[in-house]
Design a protein around this ligand. Sequence first.
Ligand code: ZN
Length: 90
Amino acid sequence: MANIGPVGKVMFRQKEREDPQCSKCQDEETNMHVAQCRGADSDDVFKTTMEGVDEWLKQSPKQMAIAIRELILAFREAREPIWTKLMTKE
Ligand SMILES: [Zn+2]
């Protein structure tokens, strides 16, 4: 997150914004919130980002790619990873 600028919570604390809310959903904008926001077009942004991640994962061993992808999706969806997906042998 550091390469795209501070989140609303930080900008508000630094008096660079008038409020700490996310512009897409009005929850407090923290680093975690940016990855998990479900407001406005955030699903489209996440999908586009995952296309880049999937392209990068093609260089990884298949099972490692499956595990990384599952961990990212679990974080995005604020849920426990499906551990059996990570443990499956080819
Ligand atoms: Zn939001």
